[in-house]
Design a protein around this ligand. Sequence first.
Ligand code: GLV
Ligand code: GLV
Length: 379
Amino acid sequence: GKYRVVSTKPMPGTRWIDLLVQQDCRVEICTQKKTILSVEDIIALIGDKCDGVIGQLTEDWGETLFSALSRAGGRAFSNMAVGYNNVDVNAANKYGVAVGNTPGVLTETTAELAASLSLSAARRIVEADEFMRAGLYDGWLPHLFVGNLLRGQTVGVIGAGRIGSAYARMMVEGFKMNLIYYDLYQATRLEKFVTAYGQFLKASGEQPVTWKRAASMDEVLREADVISLHPILDKTTYHLVNKERLSMMKKEAILINCSRGPVIDEVALVAHLKENPMFRVGLDVFEVTKQNSPFTFPSSFIIQLSIHFFQDEPYMKPGLAEMKNAIVVPHIASASKWTREGMATLAALNVLGKIKGYPVWHDPNKVEPFLNENSLPPA
Ligand code: GLV
Ligand code: GLV
């Protein structure tokens, strides 16, 4: 191979390797046992000559790594993730490295996990499972694990992009929920879908479903029974759900997060779960990082223009693991075989595109911001 491409982790499937190898690339896959590679580990992998790297969302792709990659002659980096909060895109631009991410292939898989968590929370599946395994089941009882009926309730979506819209559609179509959503951009196709489905239900003699585009995030939090968070993580969405916003929500609401941990103030969440035993939460992502633990921001955080912060979340805030009204899973929203192979393939195509002089397949520079300055969370 003429070009040297490094993958910081083994990735599912072989198509991504074949694609690279067929196009003059030699692929090197790091098989180090360590779950999360440090900046130093990755510098060693890059070495003296490296044309492109496929990296993971657990890695801190900032100034140091992009300058090392650029010194090694590298011009391409792809995150194997749709999120790129671990990537300093400005630093990449500065060192002439193109950046790619992997949207699209994980939309339905991620939305399905958000839907799974919604149902599991509504019907208290995890608690009930623990109860069975503990040998506590002693016969049917009218009050045993009574949960929420979703039919006719309202699903709230914050961030109605690809994943948020797919989730909304599943909940509306599958469980005949009404929809309220908040996004800077109008989710036209989603609105049309809910309208058409509402007409269909009406024609079948059933109670129709409705939709509403909320004027503010707070409106969604106040009105919805099940709320799922689907924004990107940046300075405008850090602690989007804080103490004040938790208190706006219905006492029996369900909150789902399959986006990024720091979107929720996890300490405030634990306190809220303790005070409101009927409030339930389903979390795929957590706030505290391994390398940055305890997680802190510089005080100038909010005013920084180019923001880059690295997130991985192997820890839960104290108290969360003990809460019966919380369901917690280890960042598995995109974990279907088809999707993970697709993500690996897209990441390879991103790197290959740049090496071969094509446009990068997916360029996060072109991603629109989720919120504007006016929608920053209350201080
Ligand atoms: C997973 O969290 C991703 O951003 O792809
Ligand atoms: C419950 O099992 C019922 O039959 O109502």
